[in-house]
Write a protein that binds this ligand. Structure first.
Ligand code: FES
Ligand code: MG
Length: 584
């Protein structure tokens, strides 16, 4: 079918605003014309929204106005009209108490901005961790054609002539300060070289993971995940994405045709191959929930576990996103998987109108150290380990590639912290009753408990243990952890303590068994004793006054548990793009 044939078949959504010669058409067009837009731009051209998370308070996305300019060039070249608009920008590095608290808020902003406005399709400008899921969630609930353009990772960090990785270096250097291995002024001197260009964290943290997820879901053009933020090819990709979204309008290539169960299965497999962040478990579930795609924690076991991790990036491996792009980027990884028949659904459709496999089947790989062959993987048995048991009836996760193999089957005595403040107050206490075989347990850091489920699950070890040279201990909480972090860390315990999960009643001195191979997380107390403690816990609950008003009250009331993606209960599902009423 020619483009002209396609055009004749499509009724533009924006024409419901701009296409009538009456009072409403006058109002919609006239006010827009104050920006100097000639009348012919309203005559049947696709209006493309550029959904921009630019903010100087989200440093990872601070270069997005320039990125948007390149998208606009592409849209104009392809015969569309670009309209850029801001949406809430959840920036990971600055936002307290955690950017996760506002992911759903941002998604609401995105959904309502798209639906309420005269746009036929959207380009989603995303970068810092939460911005990717937030924009995909919001756009999915409207289901217009959408394409993701990521801001790209920072250049490699540098310290004393060596590469250092975003986030991962912070955790490592901080442990070295606490262990007395380096001085505070050396620690502080690392700041500038750590973040030395525009872009997102350059490790395989959550931002890079979610960029890879967007690409493997088929929602972006190939190579979108890895091109460095300051590489001119990032701007070429933005231009090409702008061109492509206009054709997607004529093809009616809406998100629901891309975000299928098959696409999510591909993404889960890719997450294992790249050694991706545990946060992807939550974000993919939330995006799938908006599209009505049924995704279960067990899908991560079924599809992800056993997949070799072949991308040798920090925090699991050695390199950074810059090397990943130069080595061939995500298309190279997908080619490796496909050639070994490890791509679950090669025919899944992507935004360029081709299948994932068509896009990647001859992708060049330039460096086998960075994108390793499947028979020489970084981790043979990658993926995300899903745990269940009486301590996590609705599941918990652990990232094997970031863990110590010997600790993945472990029985230890619980050292219990009631919340993050309690942990901070006591972890440095020389009298803390702890040895390296103990299990650090932290409560009340889940979606309702923190609230917002902060990235505090990778609790730093007690300094007196670090001083003995021990680098890892088993840690368990209902928190998340940064995708740049590492350790034998059990996260996302559900239900969380604040919601009355068994985690709430773990006591100092209890024994806990972790068995990753068996997918088991067990609190070694009798069923009767556990129930007795849970009843007593429930009877003692009161409402925290801080949860009684404001956005926080909405959040605590409606947030779902980690196994359901931490979306708000009332936001799940696709509500479509129709708005039958005019504004006046
Ligand atoms: Fe923004 Fe890491 S803090 S991507
Ligand atoms: Mg992060």
């Amino acid at each position: 079918m020619t483009t002209e044939d396609k055009k004749s078949k499509v009724k533009l959504r924006s024409a419901e605003w701009f296409g009538t010669q009456d009072k409403n058409g006058f109002m919609y067009r006239s006010w827009m014309k104050n920006q100097g837009i000639p009348d012919h731009e309203f005559q049947g051209k696709p209006i493309i929204g550029i959904c921009n998370t630019w903010s100087e308070l989200t440093p990872c996305n601070a270069h997005f106005r320039k990125l948007a300019e390149h998208v606009k060039k592409g849209i104009l070249e392809a015969g569309g009209w670009p309209v850029e608009f801001p949406v809430f920008s959840s920036g990971e590095s600055n936002l307290r108490p955690t950017a996760m608290l506002t992911r759903n808020l941002a998604s609401m902003d995105v959904e309502e901005s798209i639906r309420g406005n005269p746009v036929d399709a959207v380009v989603l400008l995303v970068g810092c961790d939460k911005t990717t899921p937030a924009l995909l969630m919001g756009a999915a609930s409207v289901d217009v054609p959408a394409i993701v353009v990521t801001g790209g990772p920072m250049l490699n960090g540098k310290l004393n002539g060596k590469n250092i990785g975003s986030g991962t270096a912070v955790w490592q250097l901080h442990e070295q300060v606490k262990a007395g291995e380096i001085k505070m002024h050396d620690f502080l001197a690392a700041e500038a070289g750590h973040s030395r260009s525009a872009g997102t964290c350059n490790t395989m943290g959550t931002a890079s993971t979610m960029a890879c997820m967007a690409e493997s879901l088929g929602t972006s053009l190939p190579h979108n995940a890895a091109i460095p933020a300051v590489d001119a090819r990032r701007y070429v990709l933005a231009h090409l994405s702008g061109m492509r979204i206009v054709d997607m309008v004529w093809e009616d290539l809406r998100l629901s045709k891309v975000l299928t169960k098959e696409a999510f299965e591909n993404a889960i497999r890719v997450n294992a191959a790249i050694g991706g962040s545990t946060n992807a478990v939550i974000h993919l579930k939330a995006i799938a929930g908006r599209m009505g795609v049924d995704l279960e924690l067990e899908d991560w076991t079924r599809i992800g576990r056993g997949t070799p991790t072949v991308v040798d990036l920090l925090p699991s491996g050695r390199f950074l996103m810059e090397e990943f792009y130069y080595a061939g980027g995500l298309p190279g990884v997908i080619r490796r998987l496909g050639e070994a028949n490890l791509l679950p659904n090669p025919a899944a459709l992507t935004v360029n109108g081709k299948s994932l496999w068509e896009n990647c089947n001859d992708a060049p790989i330039y460096d086998d150290e960075v994108i390793r062959p499947l028979d020489k993987p970084l981790i043979e048995d990658g993926g995300i380990c899903i745990l269940r048991g009486n301590l996590a009836p609705r599941g918990a996760v652990l990232k094997p590639s970031a863990a110590t193999p010997e600790l993945m089957k472990h029985r230890g005595r619980a050292v219990v912290f009631e919340n993050f403040d309690d942990y901070k107050a006591r972890i440095g206490d020389p009298d803390l009753d702890v040895d390296a075989s103990c299990i650090l347990v932290m409560k009340n850091c889940g979606p309702k408990g923190y609230p917002g489920m902060a990235e505090v699950g990778n609790m730093g070890l007690p300094p007196k243990i670090l001083a003995t040279g021990v680098k890892d201990m088993v840690r368990i909480s209902d928190a998340r952890m940064s995708g740049t972090a590492y350790g034998t860390v059990v996260l996302h315990v559900a239900p969380e303590a604040r919601a009355g999960g068994p985690l709430a009643v773990v006591q100092e001195g209890d024994f806990i068994e972790l068995d990753c191979a068996a997918g088991r997380l067990h609190l070694d107390v009798s069923e009767e004793e556990l129930q007795r403690r849970l009843d007593a816990w429930a009877a003692a609950q009161t409402v925290d006054p801080a949860d009684a008003t404001g956005y926080r009250s909405l959040y605590v009331k409606h947030v779902l548990q980690a196994d359901e993606g931490c979306d708000f209960d009332f936001l799940r599902g696709c509500r479509g793009s129709a708005v039958p009423r005019h504004s006046h």
